[in-house]
Design a protein around this ligand. Structure first.
Ligand code: ADP
Length: 488
């Protein structure tokens, strides 16, 4: 090796090292190039590179000895970040710390039996400096790659967790585009109504910033949506989880029906027991003291037994009609008749009942209205509406009334039954037509009834191709309207 170097040679060495180091894919390749170039510059017994803990990281031979004195000098050189040399076993060991902005990334050691000239020493120092810069970049790149792999693994892990959720999960950005979704969401066919609700819920979260809970029924499936705001990179997004709650809903519905049925059985038993108890008590008295009773008392007792058996009969008829409705077996026998006459007949038959409740029963129809319908069933409708008007009167009102009227409206007739009774709260006004439904509990209610009268009434009206609806105000009264076609 020449003791002195031309500046051309120095330039060639540096540029070839820069080329090699810039091609290095990892720190190990860079260190290997450094060792090789040092070997070319100085006739070395061995060249080694230590890591930042001063342990041998790479070398051209395994036969390296670092004695205590050398070790101390290496430490000193690393601390001072300054190259130096030291004699060990007749060899000069050149020590160059690999430094990058105040950090020692390693140390280059070259053991030679010929002391290099100043230019070569300076050249190796430059190469060590360049290596420090490249080494840091390569190590940074490696750690970034590692971090990237960790982030990717974490993302996969989270995705797997979200995929294992039974519900759909989606994150929407402020433009309402999906930026994350689990498999359930991606694989689920989302038709317009569900998509619309998702977007509406997300918009509400973005504008109010408050968690939203929503429900939607789409193609027979009930979904529950819970939406929360999440922040990502300074942007507001919305995390929505969507659960299919059809089974829960069905269960709730079945439970409600089950409860209604239990209440129904209880109230029907109660309804049947009342007339039955009266019949039993009066017939027992008749049997026990028939010979002692005078004719008038006997007549009164038998009237009661008869009236109660009629009551029992009408209850059983109502139950049978209800059973027919359930089996879709209710049929009509239509004839032509005068509705006004029927209303008068029914009003007349209920006068007694109305009087017992202190209710004034008024028929406001006089003109004949001939309709084609099932007279017996329309009679049933009128009886149900009138008896409800009487039953649900207001105890505290002294001018209690129930009024019934009918008038022709185009090709149909509208019957109205109005009362000034207890009224029906707004939220129950549709429910009263549902089977078993009673405002208040069936058992604690002081008014008799099984909660199926209006169900039967509605069915009869609809079988005729008509409509039933109501207007009501609590504590003021109710009006039930029935619209029926006049002709066939
Ligand atoms: P019920 O046998 O209980 O009378 P209905 O089916 O005829 O059964 O009526 C259902 C419920 O609707 C009643 O329990 C009562 O709470 C309410 N209702 C019906 N008609 C009236 C009315 N005219 N005024 C107030 N409430 C009424």
């Amino acid at each position: 090796m020449a003791l002195q170097m031309s500046s051309n040679r120095v330039y060639t060495f540096i540029s070839s090292f820069i080329r090699e180091s810039s091609n290095a894919k990892d720190p190990e390749a860079l260190l290997l190039s450094l060792i090789k170039i040092v070997q070319k510059l100085v006739n070395c017994k061995w060249v080694a590179i230590l890591d930042k803990n001063l342990m041998v990281r790479k070398s051209d031979t395994d036969d390296i000895s670092i004695e205590e004195n050398l070790h101390q000098m290496i430490k000193w050189s690393a601390e001072k970040m300054s190259p130096t040399s030291v004699i060990q076993d007749d060899l000069t060991v050149l020590i160059f710390p690999l430094v990058k902005t105040d950090r020692v990334l390693g140390v280059l050691l070259a053991a030679t039996d010929e002391e290099p000239v100043f230019e070569i020493f300076e050249l190796i120092r430059t190469l060590a400096f360049l290596s420090g810069v490249v080494l840091e970049n390569l190590e940074l790149y490696q750690s970034l790659e590692k971090q990237h792999a960790i982030v990717e693994e974490t993302m996969n892990y989270m995705q797997q967790i979200f995929n294992s959720f039974p519900q759909m999960v989606v994150v929407l950005n402020s433009q309402l585009n999906a930026v994350f979704a689990n498999l359930q969401y991606l694989e689920h066919e989302r038709e317009s109504k569900l998509v619309e609700t998702i977007q509406k819920t997300a918009s509400a979260v973005l504008t109010t910033g408050v968690r939203q809970v929503n429900e939607v029924e789409s193609q027979g499936i009930f979904y529950s949506l819970i939406a929360e705001r999440v922040e990502y990179e300074g942007q507001s997004q919305v995390l929505i989880s969507i659960t299919d709650v059809t089974n829960t809903k069905e269960l709730e519905r079945l439970k409600a029906i089950d409860k209604l049925k239990t209440d129904f059985v209880a109230s029907v038993s109660h309804e049947l027991r009342t007339p039955l108890a009266a019949i039993k008590a009066y017939s027992e008295t008749l049997l026990a003291s028939l010979s002692d009773l005078d004719k008038d008392t006997l007549n009164d007792f038998l009237q009661i037994v008869y009236k109660e058996s009629l009551h029992l009969e009408s209850l059983l008829d109502e139950l049978l009609d209800f059973a027919k409705i359930e089996q879709r077996a209710l049929t009509l026998e239509k004839t032509e008749f005068d509705l006004t006459e029927l209303i008068k007949e029914v009003t007349q038959s209920m006068v007694e009942f109305a009087r017992s409740k202190n209710v004034q029963l008024e028929c406001e129809t006089n003109e004949p209205i001939v309709i084609f319908a099932d007279r017996k069933r329309i009679r049933q409708v009128l009886i149900n509406l009138l008896s409800n008007g009487i039953k649900y009167c207001r105890e505290d009102a002294d001018d209690r009334f129930v009024k019934v009227s009918a008038k022709i409206d185009n090709k149909s007739v509208i019957i109205s039954v109005s009362d000034n009774g207890v009224g029906i709260p707004q939220e129950y006004q549709q429910k009263v037509f549902e089977k078993f439904f009673r405002v208040g509990s069936a058992l604690d209610y002081r008014v008799e009834g099984a909660g199926i009268g209006l169900t039967i009434t509605k069915e009869i009206v609809e079988l005729h191709g008509g409509k039933i609806w109501l207007q009501s105000t609590v504590n003021e009264g109710s009006v039930f309207y029935v619209q029926l076609p006049v002709g066939e």
